[in-house]
Design a protein around this ligand. Structure first.
Ligand code: FAD
Length: 415
């Protein structure tokens, strides 16, 4: 049985960046993903665009997410696949495949990790199933980039879910696209359409609890992107709840689409061309790691000694119970940092967690969960695992200065 230096579970932005960073430190790396491509929520859940990853300091634009994230953006731009922060996900899939192939990273798609073997406080292997049957995947170090902290949970590391008071998570959303829209005509009257939506909603004509229609342009002429369905009070790591969520969200999609077709200018000849392959999960299980990053840390713009990434996207909480979305916007020029300790689970000394499931509370997660920031968290996790492998070090005793210097040398921004 082949043993890797590092196995990355999940190939979203966090996992792909982690794998690239570990490989660039000289590690042999495998990425395992249950889907058929890299990109995670960006491609499986049609999440678009990249949310804000810069601020203005001393009159200059300061990019807070750089490193591998910037490389990916540059590749998208080279292929004419990025317009402002909107991107073409089909191009992203190809770019990420090529980037990992260039670093000789092994890939295993269509492979679901269902269990973990542990020994004396370390993860020994991942147990996965695919068309070849059951397989055991061994490595010295593991990075959990599953979004749901599946590996940490299966390894018995303490985890938490959603809000402290009731474990409710932010709503799930099934995104969709409508083509053949006269976008110019729609834009002229979209605010009136939103007013009508709100009126109908107040009259009880919509099952969707979302307060308004959240619609984005795309780089493709005549196609609009919808982040508009809202499924509340369901647990994203409960199989029955997720199934019910998918069914309810599809009803909500047709409800919104039929409404627009009947009432919105520009939708007369439109077609609902696609729904995302799977419902998007904003928030689910998170580890209770060596440090639990809090919303207060973010509001205080805390600069940690062991900072490995930075961000300033607003604390954007879609109401876990129904209508409404709350925001805390960071002052211009300000940003928070994310400590390395929030990537370290308890009870597993060769495991790091990267992406939207690091150790934090509900409020902090509402900000750092965006794609640019999780990409940088992934880069830090992969760099750390690569350094640990090269130095024969334990992740908890890693030379933080070396990690930070390596990240900075690789163009990451850590504050
Ligand atoms: C509806 C919605 C709208 C959003 N809007 C925006 C936005 O506009 N802009 C923005 O920047 N961010 C947005 N976000 C947030 C952002 O998309 C995610 O938080 C981010 O992409 C998470 O990245 P990740 O790498 O941590 O996890 P993911 O992208 O979820 O990647 C996890 C990967 O692990 C794989 N996986 C999971 N479990 C297993 C398993 N057991 N075995 C094998 N493989 C597994 C999955 O297939 C997936 O590829 C949104 C999220 C949602 C849901």
């Amino acid at each position: 049985m082949k043993k890797y230096d590092v196995i990355v579970a999940g190939g979203g932005f966090a996992g792909t960046a982690a794998a690239l960073a570990a490989a660039r430190q000289g590690a042999s790396v495998l990425i395992v993903d249950k889907s058929n491509c890299l990109g995670g929520a960006a491609v499986n859940c049609l999440v678009n665009p990249f949310m804000c990853y810069w601020t203005t300091a001393s009159g200059k634009k300061l990019m807070l997410s750089r490193g591998i994230f910037e490389e990916i953006c540059n590749e998208l731009e080279k292929r004419n696949a990025m317009k402002s922060t909107l991107f073409l996900e089909e191009e992203l899939k190809l770019i990420l495949n090529r980037m990992v192939q260039k670093e000789n990273i092994s890939l295993l798609f269509h492979t679901y990790i269902y269990d973990v073997k542990t020994e004396n406080g370390s993860v020994k292997s991942l147990l996965a199933a695919n068309k070849s049957g059951k397989t055991e995947l061994c490595a010295d170090y593991f990075i959990d980039a599953t979004g749901d902290a599946d590996i940490a949970f299966l390894a018995g590391c303490p985890c938490r879910l959603g809000r402290d008071e009731d474990e409710l998570c932010q709503p799930m959303t099934l995104c969709f696209r409508v083509a053949n829209v006269d976008v110019e005509a729609f834009d002229k009257t979209s605010s009136l359409v939103n007013e009508l939506y709100k009126k109908y909603k107040a009259e009880g004509k919509f099952r969707n609890p979302r307060e308004d229609l959240l619609i984005f342009h795309t780089p493709v002429k005549g196609i609009l992107h919808f982040n508009t369905t809202r499924i509340v009070k369901k647990n994203p790591v409960n199989a029955e709840d997720v199934t019910a969520a998918e069914i309810e969200a599809r009803e909500q999609i047709y409800e919104v689409y039929d409404f627009l077709k009947n009432h919105a200018d520009g939708f007369e000849n439109s077609t609902l061309i696609m729904t995302a392959p799977e419902i998007g999960v904003r928030e689910s299980r998170m580890i209770k790691g060596e440090y639990i990053l809090t919303g207060k840390d973010l509001v205080d713009c805390k600069k940690f000694d062991d900072a490995i990434a930075a961000g300033n996207y607003d604390i954007d909480i879609h109401n876990p119970e129904g209508s409404g979305t709350s925001h805390y916007y960071f002052p211009q020029g300000q940003y928070y940092t994310i400590p390395y300790r929030s990537l370290l689970p308890k009870n597993a000394d060769n495991l790091l967690v990267a992406g939207r499931c690091i150790s934090s509370d509900h409020e902090a997660q509402a900000s750092y969960r965006i794609m640019p920031i999780v990409c940088c968290i992934g880069e830090a996790a992969g760099t750390a695992a690569g350094i640990a492998k090269a130095d024969g070090a334990l992740l908890k005793q890693l030379d933080i200065k070396k990690l930070q210097t390596t990240l900075k040398n690789n163009n990451a921004f850590i504050g």
